[in-house]
Write a protein that binds this ligand. Structure first.
Ligand SMILES: Cc1ncc(COP(=O)(O)O)c(C=O)c1O
Length: 436
C-alpha cells in the first residue's frame, strides 16, 4: 500500500487557511485526499510522500509537452527580467497573434485572455453584440467554464434535466441567479434533428450555438459523421453564430485542433490549456467582422493579466516545438495514444472487465459499460461511475494517475517505455479488480 500520510497532514493544515484546502473544486475528487505534489518532470509527478505517478491528468490538459518542458521553461526564464505586465502592448503579442492566425482554421484575428472561462465569456458577448440576440444554445454535458452564464447543464442530475428531446437548463452551482437560465437554451448533443427542433422553438432568439467539437467533458465522445457540418448549416439557416470551444481539443487532437481534423470551421473558436503548455493563456479566434465589434461597437473585453510577457513567451516556445515538421510530434502522440488505448482494451478483455476505451488517441476515456460507445451525455451518464473510480484508485496504487472523470491526457513525453510501464501497472490494477 502506498502511503499518503504527508499529503493527508498537509491537506489538514491547508484547510485551516485555504477554503476547502484546494484552489479549484475539481481537485476535491482525488483520493484519499487532494494530493500534494512536490514536482513534475516529463510524464511523471512526484508527490510529497515520495510516490511517483505516471501522470495522465497533465494539469487537466495543458501539459501537452509534459511537465517542466525545458525549452518552454528556458524561454519563460529568459523573459522574466523584461517584466511581466505593462498595461500596454509588447512585441511578443504581435508575433504570437500573427503565427496563430497563420496556423488555425478560421482565425482571421485573435484576442488573448487568461483562462478558458473568460475567453468563453468574451465569445458569448461578441456573439450577442454581433447578432443583437440574447440567447446562447449549449449542449447537455458540455463544459465551458464555471461562470454563471456558462456553467449550465454541464453535468445535470437527470431527475432535474427534463426530457431528452427538450432538456431544461439546470444551474450547476448554488449561488447562480435563476435569471441566467433564461438566456440559455439546452439541447442534446450529436443529434441534428434535436438541434433543428430547438432552433425552431427559439426561432430568431439564438445568438450563438456553442459546443466542444469533441465532447471531452462528459466522456470524450467524437461528433458523429456529418454532425459538425450539419450544425454549421443550421446555424447559418437560423442566423446564429457557430462557436467551437477548443479549450481541450486545441493543440491536442492535432496541431490545428479539431476543426482541421473534422474539416469544419467555426465563426469563433476558443483555445486555452495546451496553447501555452502549462502557462495561463486563452484566446478567442475567428471572423474579423465579429471580432471587430470590440472596436466598432465598443464591446468590452478586459483583463489585467491578458497577453502577459511570460505567457506569450511560453506559447511562442511551445509553438516552436509543436509546429516543427508540420506537427510531427502529433503523429507520435497519436501512435502512443492508440497503443495505450488498444493495450488497455486488451487487458480489460483478459480480465473480463466491461471497460470501454474510446475517444481520440491524445485524449481518451475509460468507461465501465457493456453498452455500445455513448454518443451523448445521457448515454454516458448510464455508465458505472463507481466501478470507474475503483479502477482509478487501483491504478493510483500501481503508480498511474488518471483524471477522476475517466479522461486520459497524453503528452509528447509519454514515450514507448512509459506506455509499456503503464500497461504493466494497468494489468496489475485490473487483476486486483477482477479478483475483488
Ligand atoms: C471545454 C472547456 N471549456 C472551457 C473550460 C474552462 O477553462 P478554464 O479552466 O481555463 O477556465 C474548460 C476547462 O476545463 C474546458 O474543458
Amino acid at each position: 500500500m502506498r502511503s499518503y500520510a504527508k499529503s493527508i497532514a498537509l491537506y489538514e493544515k491547508t484547510r485551516k487557511h485555504l477554503a476547502g484546502g484546494v484552489s479549484s473544486n475539481v481537485r476535491y475528487a482525488s483520493v484519499p485526499v487532494p494530493l500534494f505534489f512536490a514536482r513534475g518532470e516529463g510524464a511523471r509527478l512526484y508527490d510529497v510522500d515520495g510516490n511517483v505517478h505516471i501522470d495522465y491528468v497533465l494539469g487537466n490538459g495543458p501539459a501537452i509537452l509534459g511537465h517542466a518542458p525545458k525549452k518552454v521553461i528556458d524561454a519563460v526564464a529568459a523573459s522574466l527580467a523584461e517584466g511581466q505586465l505593462f498595461a500596454a502592448q509588447h512585441p511578443r503579442e504581435t508575433e504570437l497573434a500573427e503565427r496563430l492566425c497563420g496556423l488555425l482554421p478560421g482565425a482571421e484575428v485573435v484576442r488573448f485572455s487568461t483562462s478558458g472561462t473568460e475567453a468563453v465569456l468574451m465569445a458569448m458577448r461578441l456573439a450577442r453584440a454581433f447578432t443583437g440576440r440574447d440567447k446562447i444554445l449549449k449542449f447537455e454535458g458540455h463544459y465551458h467554464g464555471w461562470s454563471d452564464q456558462a456553467y449550465i447543464s454541464a453535468r445535470p442530475p437527470l431527475n432535474e434535466a427534463g426530457p431528452a428531446n427538450a432538456p431544461v437548463p439546470v444551474a450547476g452551482s448554488p449561488g447562480m441567479p435563476a435569471s441566467v437560465l433564461g438566456d440559455v437554451a439546452v439541447c442534446g448533443w450529436n443529434d441534428l434533428e434535436l438541434l433543428e427542433q430547438a432552433l425552431e422553438r427559439h426561432r430568431g432568439e439564438i445568438a450563438a450555438v456553442i459546443m466542444e467539437p469533441v465532447m471531452v467533458n462528459g466522456g470524450v465522445m467524437p461528433p458523429l459523421p456529418g454532425y459538425l457540418e450539419g450544425v454549421k448549416e443550421l446555424c447559418r439557416k437560423h442566423g446564429a453564430l457557430f462557436i467551437l470551444d477548443e479549450v481541450i481539443t486545441g493543440f491536442r487532437v492535432g496541431l490545428r485542433g479539431a476543426q482541421a481534423k473534422f474539416g469544419v470551421t467555426a465563426d469563433l473558436s476558443i483555445y486555452a490549456k495546451a496553447v501555452a503548455a502549462g502557462f495561463p493563456l486563452a484566446m478567442v479566434a475567428g471572423r474579423r467582422d465579429v471580432m471587430d465589434t470590440l472596436l466598432d461597437k465598443g464591446v468590452m473585453h478586459g483583463g489585467t493579466y491578458n497577453g502577459n510577457v511570460q505567457s506569450m513567451a511560453a506559447a511562442l516556445a511551445a509553438l516552436d516545438l509543436l509546429e516543427a515538421e508540420d506537427g510531427a510530434v502529433y503523429r507520435d502522440l497519436e501512435a502512443r495514444g492508440r497503443e495505450l488505448m488498444q493495450g488497455l482494451a486488451a487487458l480489460a478483455a483478459k480480465h473480463k472487465l466491461p471497460i470501454l476505451v474510446h475517444g481520440m488517441p491524445a485524449i481518451f476515456q475509460t468507461f465501465f459499460t457493456s453498452a455500445p460507445a455513448p454518443r451523448n451525455y445521457r448515454e454516458s451518464a448510464a455508465c458505472d461511475r463507481d466501478r470507474m473510480l475503483t479502477l482509478h484508485a487501483a491504478l493510483q496504487e500501481e503508480g498511474v494517475r488518471v483524471q477522476q472523470a475517466g479522461k486520459w491526457f497524453l503528452s509528447t513525453t509519454h514515450d514507448k517505455p512509459v506506455i509499456e510501464e503503464t500497461l504493466v501497472a494497468a494489468d496489475r490494477a485490473m487483476a486486483k479488480m477482477a479478483s475483488a
